[in-house]
Design a protein around this ligand. Structure first.
Ligand code: ADP
Length: 264
């Protein structure tokens, strides 16, 4: 995180938001004169799913990390419901955003404490409900002490798929209008993958979702696909629009389809 990220003296808390996220000519560099994002503009309307695609190193992770202000833009602005996010109190901004990444952050504590991290004052039945929505309830009840099982460092070791479902439960409980997802590429078995996918679909309902997408079906069903390459957006539109365009996306998509056909 940039050390200089802090509230401006006149920063204000957000009122209830509807969840429109807009990048206006955003450029960003970690080190001066090494642009990682260049002139990026996009709009995620409330409740939409925006899929980010592009080769590794294109800037997808960097782009999503700018929304909760882990870093501040170098040029341009990011607007939440039309407000520059730098004018909003950091705590208030981050309360509106849930993040589910591949590399899940769990601390040493019980399963209950780890899920409640999403909303510390949640009631027990809301906690249980959240873990059911996240397809985590079953495995939690099979742990040696259920919700009171110690996990994280020195605790019971959870599988990658289990950790992810706890992160999803946390996000369900937090119930923020903006969701940032990094779709897993790590190897989990087919059944676990289905459980995670189903949990994510439930989580996404009614939220503005920006997803670093790897699954063809996620990309295809997105309201907006943003193709990043070499620090720029090279194409954006729906699957149908980008296929009709006959550019980078349509070529990638065709290669992907041929690979899939060969595997099955
Ligand atoms: P993607 O998610 O598309 O793979 P990233 O946003 O992770 O792309 O990375 C984009 C570029 O920014 C890469 O060249 C990467 O090396 C660089 N980068 C990522 N994080 C940092 C950082 N903390 N400091 C300096 N450079 C970084």
């Amino acid at each position: 995180m940039q050390p200089d990220i802090a509230d401006k003296p006149d920063a204000y808390p957000l009122p209830e938001i509807i969840g429109q996220v807009r990048f206006e000519a955003v450029s960003f560099e970690y080190e001066s004169s090494l642009p990682v994002l260049h002139d990026v503009s996009l709009t995620a309307r409330p409740g939409q799913v925006v899929a980010l695609v592009g080769p590794s190193g294109a800037g997808k992770t960097t782009l999503v990390n700018l929304i909760p202000r882990f870093y501040d833009v170098t040029e341009g602005a990011i607007l939440l419901d039309g407000r520059d996010i730098r004018d909003i109190q950091l705590k208030s901004l981050r309360r509106q955003i849930s993040i589910v990444l591949q590399d899940v952050f769990l601390f040493h504590g019980t399963v209950r404490e780890n899920v409640l991290f999403g909303r510390p004052d949640a009631r027990e039945d809301d906690l249980v409900e959240a873990t059911k929505i996240a397809n985590a309830y079953e495995f939690i009840t099979r742990l040696p002490h259920g919700f009171d099982t110690l996990i994280g460092e020195r605790g019971v070791k959870l599988s990658g798929g289990q950790k992810q479902r706890l992160a999803i439960a946390r996000a369900v409980l937090k119930d923020a209008p903006i969701l940032i997802l990094d779709e897993a590429t790590s190897s989990v078995d087919t059944e676990t993958e289905m459980l995670i996918q189903q949990a994510l679909e439930r989580l996404m309902v009614g939220r503005t979702t920006i997803i670093i997408a790897h699954r063809l079906s996620t990309v295809r069903n997105a309201d907006l696909i943003v193709v990043l390459e070499g620090s720029r957006i090279v194409e954006q539109g729906t699957h149908a629009q980008l296929m009709a365009l006959g550019g980078v996306y349509s070529r990638l998509s065709e290669v992907q389809m041929r690979l899939n056909a060969r595997q099955t």
